[in-house]
Design a protein around this ligand. Structure first.
Ligand code: AHR
Length: 515
């Protein structure tokens, strides 16, 4: 009897193994392994003085009719609090290298006005300056990340800004800060030394910038026990020489991070394509381009490894996201674009890739938070909508500071026209309480995919899941219909011991949590 039941069990096990290996879509997760932490700062954001990002999007001023708290829009503030954003980069972007911080302190009525030459030629009245930014970061519970001006600034200007923000002793800048109402230093940690110095930040050669960096970084002092995390302005896209020259010429102990910028453009820079009107081929082509960031990280990373094999220096992808044509009738310099399920897939794929490379990618910042490029929030005068990209960041919260888990994925492909890609895109991690997090994007717009998950090294008992999906790849939220794309509970899975079957809906992004 005993032998019979043993034989039966073995047969069943053999059938199960062969079924799993036959399964077209299969994910094996090693849940008890992993030693790399997914830095929560990978889920960072970026708000520049550009279009309606700061003015109108975050800051309306205390006298505005828009409901506000000390001048900050209440709706946007609450949405960002809910999103638990780990850091916010400011004031640019290209704007950073034109910005003179002393214009943005003191009595707002006395602050000088300037033209924002980069972005739409509008008047910048400097009503949102250092105090307004630092207070906003505090209110929404995020770490500030400031980029200083190298392009049109000076070493003394940047050095004094850091002194103003961080010094707790007796000094002209500390006194000035106190006179402006802030007694305690803020103790900022993340500091960028210039932005895109190869382009709008001064059109420098890498050799020239490396020397400039050394000068600026020397006077970017630590105060009151606070250690600055200094980020060198890194490469654009495929400019590997920039990374090589910086890594070679900047003493490693002088920097903590080196940035990388990469935007996903559906068409060409001249004809970027519309944010909401595209066919399946263009959809897939956009996602293929988004996924190229993996190769960029690998190649820039290999150069960094040569000089920094311990991977102490972070690759800081402090500008990434989609860049489409502006919405009809809006200022071309304001970079206002809608946000669809396509953007959600770009976010999901990019975040999965950043997680995968978390040993080197220590921070990333989506461009940009409100009303600009791949925004998580869009506003009009008094109203606000959350974009599909917002919901992806919301869905992915469990990955923050979790341990990266290795996995093996076998996925069917999806293809339109010339393009073919794996239909499933996955990231796996383990939270501090042992919960395994599985984020899955199914980029096939038309086909539900049955996925077999093999959970190794976890005695799985419960599964919970949430997802976002929508009828079409260009589905998006509008001020008239705000919840076309939103997060919802997901139930189409079945757990049987270490085997989890998930029916991944077409055009969907899931977060499945197993405990
Ligand atoms: O995010 C918009 C712009 O793109 C930034 O100002 C600049 O750094 C980049 O070229």
């Amino acid at each position: 009897m005993k032998t019979k039941s043993l034989k039966g069990t073995m047969l069943l096990a053999a059938m199960l193994v062969s079924f799993i290996s036959l399964a077209q879509n299969r994910l094996i997760i090693n849940a008890d392994q992993g030693d790399v932490r997914i830095n929560k700062h990978i889920y960072g954001h970026f708000a520049e003085h550009l279009g309606r990002s700061i003015y109108g999007g975050i800051w309306v001023g205390p006298d505005s009719d828009v409901p506000n708290e000390d001048g900050y829009r209440k709706d946007v503030m609450q949405a960002l609090i809910n999103l638990e954003i780990p850091n916010l980069r400011w004031p640019g972007g290209c704007f950073a290298d034109e910005y003179h911080w002393t214009d943005g302190i003191g009595d707002p009525a006395e602050r000088p006005k300037m033209v924002n030459t980069h972005w739409g030629g509008v008047i910048e009245d400097n009503s949102f300056g250092t105090h307004e930014f630092m207070n906003f970061a505090k209110k929404i519970g995020t770490e500030p990340y400031i980029t200083g001006n190298v392009g049109s600034g000076s070493v003394v200007e940047m050095s004094k800004w850091i002194e103003y923000i961080n010094f707790d002793g007796v000094s002209p800048m500390a006194e000035l800060r106190k006179r402006n109402g802030q007694a305690e230093p803020w103790g900022i940690k993340y500091w960028g030394v210039g932005n895109e110095s190869w382009g709008c930040g001064g059109n420098m050669t890498p050799e020239y910038y490396a020397n400039e960096y050394r000068r600026y970084a020397t006077y970017a002092r630590d105060y009151g026990g606070n250690t600055l995390y200094k980020i060198a302005g890194g490469a654009n896209n495929w400019d590997y020489n920039w990374t090589e020259v910086l890594m070679k010429n900047i003493p490693l102990e002088m920097m903590d991070g080196i940035s990388l910028h990469y935007y996903t453009v559906a068409g060409t820079w001249e004809n970027k394509g519309k944010a909401t009107e595209f066919n399946k081929e263009e959809f897939l082509e956009t996602l293929r381009k988004a996924a190229l960031i993996d190769e960029l990280i690998k190649r820039h990373g290999t150069i960094m490894d040569k000089y920094d094999p311990e991977k102490r220096i972070g690759m800081i992808i402090d500008e990434w996201g989609t860049w489409f044509q502006v919405e009809p009738g809006t200022n071309p310099g304001f970079l206002y674009q809608q946000n669809t399920m396509r953007d959600a897939h770009v976010a999901a794929i990019s975040l999965n890739i950043f997680n995968k490379n978390a040993d080197r990618v220590h921070m990333a910042n989506l461009a940009q938070t409100v009303n600009v490029l791949q925004a998580v929030i869009l506003t009009n005068d008094t109203d606000m909508i959350l974009t599909p990209t917002y919901h992806v960041f919301d869905l992915y919260k469990p990955h923050k500071d979790a341990t990266l888990l290795s996995h093996d994925l076998k996925s069917e492909e999806v293809g339109f026209g010339k393009e073919k890609m794996e239909a499933l895109n996955v990231s796996t991690s383990r939270s501090a309480d042992g919960t395994v997090n599985i984020s899955i994007a199914n980029i096939n717009p038309d086909k539900k995919i049955d996925l077999d998950v093999v959970l190794r090294g976890i005695d799985a008992k419960t599964v919970t899941a949430e997802y976002i999906t929508a009828p079409a790849i260009n589905s998006h939220n509008t001020f008239e219909n705000k919840e076309v794309v939103k997060k919802a509970a997901f139930k189409d899975f079945k757990l049987n011991k270490d085997n989890l079957k998930i029916s991944v809906p077409a055009n969907a992004i899931l977060m499945v949590r197993v405990k």
